[in-house]
Design a protein around this ligand. Structure first.
Ligand SMILES: Cc1cc2nc3c(=O)[nH]c(=O)nc-3n(C[C@H](O)[C@H](O)[C@H](O)COP(=O)(O)OP(=O)(O)OC[C@H]3O[C@@H](n4cnc5c(N)ncnc54)[C@H](O)[C@@H]3O)c2cc1C
Length: 374
C-alpha cells in the first residue's frame, strides 16, 4: 500500500485466533504484511480446542466444489507439515468407518463408490482385518465392512495454533490476547480504518479479517454486515488414559473417537449432539459418550472423563464457508467456516493471497461472502 512515494506494508487485524485466524495470520505475516493477532480469549482455546478435528473430504460429498475445497485442505495440511514441521499437531494416520446395520452399510459403500469415482482413496476391509492390521483394541464384528481412508488424519488444533502464532510472531506479528474487538471504525468512503479493543486502545489498520468463529456474526455487525449463521451445537468429551488404546480417528456406529496425544482420547457423536437442545446436563451427555465408546473399545471403560464442553459450530446459514472480501466494506474480509480444521491451511493461503495481491481463487468461487447477504 502506498503512502505518498513511500511503500509501507499493509496492516491487518486478524480478529479471532483459532485455526482459521492463525492460518490466515501466519500466511499474511510470512508474505510481509504487518499482522496483529487479536483474541478475546486465548489463541486456540475456542471451538478449535473442542473439535473432533478429523481432516477429511469423505464426509463432504454434498457438492463437488465443497469436496474439492476439502481435498485441497488435506493437501494444504501435508504442505504445512512440511513447512513448519509436523510435531505434536499433525497425525496423518488414516481414518476408519463402519456402519451398524445393513442399510447404513449400503449407504457407506455407495459413498465409497462415489468417492473412488472422484479419485479419492478408500479401501474396504473386514472387521477381522482391521483388528489384525490396524486397531487390535476395537470390537468391530469380524465380517463387518470397514472403510479405511488412508489419506485422512486428525489435527491437534491447539498445538497447531500455538505453532503458527509462534512463527508469525517470530516474523514480526504482534498479538493481543485476552482483549476483544468492540468496534471497527470506517472512513468517509466506508473502508476499514481502525479497530477498538476492550482494553480501551485503538489500532489503525488497513484490513480486518473476521475469523471470530461462533462470534463472527457479531464482528460482521460492527461493519453493518448481516452474516446469517446456523445454530448447531456440539459436545466433545476428553478421557484421561494411562495408555491410549487406539492409533487413529474412527467413526463407529453412534460414536466417533480418536487419540488426543499420548494420554487422552476425544469422543464425539452426532446422536448425542442431538440431545443438547433437550436441556440434558453436559455431564449426562459425557456419560452417554463414554458408554458408547466403551462398547467399541472396552479399555476406554477404565479411562475417566476429564473434560466436557458444549460449543457452537461456526456455520454460515447455508452450511458452507464464507471466505473473502465483502465488496461493500473495503478492507473487511471473512474467514468463517465449519470444517475449519480441515480447511484452515487452504483458506489461510488463499485468503492471504487475495488480501495481498487481489487474486480470487476459483476454489473459493462458491464460498464467497456476497452470496449470504447481497
Ligand atoms: C463438535 C464439533 C466437531 C467438529 N469436528 C470437526 C472435524 O472433525 N473436522 C473439521 O474439519 N472440523 C470440525 N469441526 C469444526 C471446526 O472445529 C471449526 O470449524 C473450527 O475449529 C473453527 O475455527 P475458528 O478459528 O473459526 O473458530 P475458533 O477456534 O472458535 O476461534 C475463534 C476465536 O475468535 C475469538 N473471538 C470471538 N469473538 C471475538 C472478539 N469480539 N474479539 C476478539 N476475539 C474474538 C474467540 O475467543 C476464539 O478464540 C467441529 C466442530 C465441533 C463443534
Amino acid at each position: 500500500m502506498g503512502i505518498g512515494s513511500v511503500k509501507r506494508p499493509v496492516r491487518v487485524a486478524v480478529v479471532g485466533v483459532g485455526v482459521l485466524g492463525a492460518c490466515v495470520g501466519w500466511n499474511l505475516s510470512r508474505r510481509g504484511a504487518e499482522v496483529v493477532l487479536i483474541d478475546g480469549g486465548q489463541a486456540g482455546e475456542g471451538v478449535t480446542n473442542w473439535s473432533f478435528s478429523w481432516v477429511n473430504a469423505s464426509n463432504k460429498t454434498v457438492c463437488r466444489s465443497y469436496f474439492d475445497l476439502n481435498v485441497a485442505g488435506m493437501a494444504a495440511h501435508r504442505e504445512l507439515a512440511g513447512t513448519i514441521g509436523p510435531d505434536s499437531w499433525w497425525y496423518p494416520s488414516g481414518h476408519l468407518r463402519w456402519a451398524g446395520d445393513p442399510a447404513a452399510e449400503a449407504k457407506l459403500l455407495a459413498a465409497v463408490e462415489l468417492l473412488t469415482g472422484w479419485g479419492y482413496r478408500a479401501e474396504v476391509c473386514t472387521g477381522a482385518e482391521v483388528r489384525r492390521r490396524l486397531e487390535p483394541a476395537v470390537t468391530v464384528p469380524g465380517d463387518a465392512a470397514v472403510v479405511y481412508y488412508p489419506d485422512e488424519g486428525w489435527v491437534h488444533g491447539r498445538h497447531l495454533v500455538a505453532r503458527l502464532v509462534r512463527q508469525a510472531v517470530a516474523s514480526g506479528a504482534e498479538h493481543r490476547f485476552g482483549v476483544a474487538v468492540h468496534d471497527i471504525g470506517t472512513g468517509a468512503d466506508g473502508s476499514v480504518r481502525d479497530v477498538a479493543l476492550s482494553d480501551g486502545s485503538r489500532l489503525d489498520v488497513d484490513i480486518v479479517v473476521n475469523a471470530a468463529g461462533p462470534g463472527a456474526a457479531r464482528i460482521a455487525g460492527l461493519v453493518a454486515r448481516h452474516l446469517p449463521m446456523r445454530r448447531e451445537p456440539g459436545v466433545v468429551t476428553r478421557l484421561d488414559c494411562v495408555k491410549v488404546p487406539v492409533r487413529r480417528a474412527m467413526h463407529a456406529p453412534g460414536i466417533e473417537l480418536r487419540p488426543d496425544g499420548d494420554t487422552s482420547v476425544v469422543l464425539h457423536s452426532r446422536e448425542v449432539d442431538a440431545l443438547i437442545d433437550t436441556g440434558e446436563d453436559p455431564a449426562e451427555l459425557a456419560r452417554l459418550l463414554h458408554e458408547s465408546a466403551r462398547h467399541v473399545v472396552p479399555e476406554l471403560g477404565d479411562c475417566p472423563i476429564a473434560q466436557t464442553r458444549v460449543v457452537n459450530r461456526p456455520i454460515p446459514a447455508d452450511g458452507f464457508p464464507s471466505v473473502g472480501a465483502v465488496p461493500s466494506v473495503p478492507g473487511y474480509y471473512e474467514a468463517v467456516s465449519h470444517s475449519g480444521i480441515t480447511l484452515g491451511p487452504v483458506i489461510g493461503r488463499l485468503l492471504a493471497a487475495e488480501i495481498l495481491s487481489g487474486e480470487r481463487d476459483e476454489l473459493l468461487a462458491d464460498f464467497r461472502p456476497e452470496r449470504l447477504s447481497p
